[in-house]
Design a protein around this ligand. Structure first.
Ligand SMILES: [Zn+2]
Length: 417
């Protein structure tokens, strides 16, 4: 069987044919070169208007990298024609295997982008002995295509979340669709300001926003402001994940402060290495951790009291009626305000202030569990943290859309992976 036969099976073009396919003994690694030629009598297509136009001249031969075979690099060799287009002027013809000035064939770019969903960009570059830039460009191409072809209709529920990225206080705003039928990342924005979220609503459009039934978010002020202004018709829910995250953060603060204090006073460092004990749900503790927790509970420490307050707050989520949940919330807040533990009091004040939005979670019949936003949040953090080697916002944005956007891909005649 000839390589040409295989190429014709996996990647056939209507107006082009494969010429000679040869094995090239190159300086470092051998490679395969396949000459591509216009089909006899076919007229070139203008890359501007995509119409068949008369030929003008022929440019020098160019190389386009195709999917490697058995670890051997494969190149298409083609001398592009230029067309004399009455609408666009003298233009390079459109080549169905590559867009614009790209040196990778589209098939290869989709192939790399597909692998970049499973491996980090660096790993993909290594696995196919290509460059990080080629992987990045491929993913960017896939994301651009996917965003242009995605269907946003029927979006009823969205979740708004922020993640920290890079070092320092740099944030990204992420908007997810969290409908039972479709969960995906819809939008990424730099920072977490009023104008960041305003940009989302501008992009999402008035009509789609009017269709929204639910918006879940954190208590972050700029978000609350924009949601009230732009999505007033939707039920705004402060979701469980974000609230429990605030409590965990408060406990962390109390514990760190107290551990430092105890150390200064010369007490045994009972609180060091206890961080996870206090943040974990009791049912998730190992036996050893349980013993350590029991040890800790003997002390009337602020960290322990905060921990118990947080555990008690878990009950809040088990209510069915917004009314009784509200009663519970009030009692919990009063108790916490009396605790004299400032970080916990801060959370209680915040919860009191946003009481109606908190109770909306019960009005929405708890259909938005903490798991949806939390799952996305973890994946998003992993995506930005993983050694992708990117430093710019643009690269982070592309990586997030690629990993979480559930973007469509074109139907290819042959699946290469
Ligand atoms: Zn044209």
């Amino acid at each position: 069987m000839q390589l040409k036969t295989i190429l014709n099976r996996v990647q056939k073009f209507k107006s082009f044919v494969y010429g000679p396919v040869r094995w090239v003994e190159a300086a470092r690694d051998p490679m395969i070169e396949a000459v591509v030629q216009p089909r006899r009598g076919s007229r070139p297509v203008c890359s501007g208007c995509r119409r068949k136009r008369p030929g003008y001249d022929t440019l020098a031969q160019r190389r386009f990298e195709f999917i490697p075979m058995w670890g051997i690099k494969v190149f298409f060799l083609y001398a592009p024609r230029r067309v004399n287009c009455p609408t666009c002027g003298v233009r390079v013809e459109r080549m169905p295997w590559a867009e614009g000035k790209h040196r990778l064939t589209e098939a290869y770019a989709w192939f790399l982008a597909g692998w970049a969903k499973r491996l980090s960009w660096k790993e993909v570059a290594e696995a196919f002995s290509t460059s990080w830039d080629h992987v990045f460009n491929s993913v960017e191409m896939a994301v651009t295509w996917g965003l242009a072809h995605q269907d946003l209709s029927g979006t009823k529920a969205i979740g708004i979340d922020e993640i920290q990225w890079q070092r320092g206080h740099k944030y990204l705003t992420l908007v997810y669709q969290i409908d039972a039928s479709c969960k995906r990342l819809l939008w990424v924005g730099n920072q977490r300001k009023v104008k960041t979220l305003l940009r989302f609503f501008r992009w999402f459009g008035k009509e789609r926003t009017a269709q929204l039934g639910y918006v879940c978010s954190d208590m972050w002020k700029p978000y609350l402001k924009v949601i009230a202004k732009k999505a007033g018709g939707a039920l705004h829910i402060l979701d469980r994940f974000h609230i429990m995250a605030h409590l965990s953060k408060a406990i962390d603060e109390v514990r760190a402060g107290e551990a430092k204090e105890l150390k200064e006073k010369g007490y045994a460092p009972v609180l060091t290495k206890s961080r996870w004990l206090l943040l974990k749900r009791p049912e998730n503790l190992t036996e050893k951790q349980e013993t350590k927790l029991a040890d800790l509970l003997q002390y009337n420490l602020r960290s322990i009291r905060s921990y118990l307050l947080k555990e008690e707050f878990q009950l809040f989520w088990s209510y069915q009626s917004p009314y009784w949940a509200g009663e519970f919330l009030d009692k919990w807040c009063t108790k916490t305000m009396r605790s004299k533990i400032e970080p916990m009091k801060k959370v209680a004040r915040m919860l009191r202030y946003h009481r109606p939005l908190l109770l909306n979670w019960f009005r929405a019949k708890k259909q938005f569990s903490s798991g949806i936003v939390e799952g996305f949040n973890n994946k998003a953090k992993l995506t930005t943290r993983k050694a992708y080697g990117f430093k710019t916002y643009h690269a982070a944005e592309i990586a997030l859309y690629h990993a979480l956007g559930a973007l469509p891909v074109p139907e290819a005649a042959h699946e290469f992976f």
